[in-house]
Write a protein that binds this ligand. Structure first.
Ligand SMILES: [Zn+2]
Length: 306
């Protein structure tokens, strides 16, 4: 590396649909980056694709550290990942395998939702605040918290599982084993299932994007379903806001692409539910970045060096 080369870390974002990697400067600029579709296959097959991506992005550079954000569950202590949507990886030693590839530099591992929140906090919607809740609404509902400028990790690395805050005491069953969770009302697949039970496109293979388009066109069943999802999200948001004392919430993920169809009812429900004086100004905004998870992973890597 020449003397005037910019110092970088390598950020890696692992999801069930795609994997991304980038060299990121200390001020949050992506110098080079790429992404691939997450391949199906066994553990080594999936890792070989990631290794190829890392080599391509890294080129001749020598990143000072590596930060990985991954879909969970994961075991941070031992650097193991078992992403629900990557069947080939169960207790896969991702940290050790990446370290073997990049050499003797710090390698950190964090939950993708935490990295999303951290990325938005660093260079996106949270630039002006110290405390922020980030929520990712897609096939599930994940999240992350930055409190007083620091990511909240928790005892086992799983803080801010906002999708599993219980918001309905007699609620629908949830994949986690509980019932009445935010995710049971607000995830894309659960909203689609709920709308279908009401008679919306009952026999068609459709997804949350179709539901959003129908809601935007005024379909009452679709609108009612988004309102239910929004109410659950708002209840989870307000529960979190009064718990940690925050006023900035950022929502990203595929379902958030519905825009005002999701944000208008979320904001209306938040206004109704957030009554204590310190949360009446609670703001809920769309994510500003389309790669917040990747940037958050890189921020995590920079934190190991400071
Ligand atoms: Zn749950």
């Amino acid at each position: 590396m020449s003397d005037d080369a910019v110092s970088t870390v390598l950020g890696i974002d692992i999801g069930g649909t795609k994997m991304a990697a980038a060299l990121v400067s200390a001020d949050g600029r992506i110098l080079t980056g790429d992404r691939i579709l997450t391949p199906a296959g066994g553990a080594d097959e999936v890792f070989a694709a990631l290794a190829e991506l890392i080599d391509k992005v890294r080129g001749d550079a020598t990143p000072l550290a590596v930060g990985i954000g991954s879909a969970g569950p994961l075991d941070q202590t031992h650097g193991l990942v078992s992403p629900v949507n990557i069947g080939g990886w169960r207790n896969f030693p991702l940290v050790d395998r990446v370290r073997a590839l990049v050499g003797d530099v710090p390698v950190t591992l964090g939950v993708d939702g935490h990295c999303f929140a951290l990325g938005e906090f660093w260079t996106g919607a949270g630039r002006e605040v110290d405390t922020l809740l980030g929520i990712v609404v897609s096939t599930g509902v994940g999240g992350g918290l930055v409190v007083d400028g620091k990511p909240l990790i928790g005892q086992s690395g799983n803080a801010a599982h906002i999708g599993h805050v219980v918001v309905d005491l007699d609620g629908e069953s949830c994949a986690c084993g509980s019932s009445g969770c935010v995710e049971a009302y607000a995830s894309g697949p659960r909203m689609v299932a709920r709308a279908k039970r009401r008679g919306w496109r009952a026999d068609e293979a459709v997804d949350a994007a179709v539901l959003a388009a129908d809601a935007a066109a005024g379909d009452e069943l679709a609108l009612a379903t988004f309102d239910d999802g929004a109410q659950a999200l708002a209840a989870g948001i307000v529960a979190t806001a009064v718990t940690v004392d925050l006023t900035t919430v950022v929502i990203g993920g595929g379902v958030a692409k519905a825009g005002p169809i999701l944000f208008d009812p979320v904001q209306a429900w938040v206004k109704r539910l957030a009554q204590l004086p310190f949360v009446t100004d609670l703001s809920v905004e769309p994510a500003q970045l389309d790669n917040a998870g990747l940037l958050g992973a890189a921020h995590q890597a920079w934190s190991t060096l400071s």
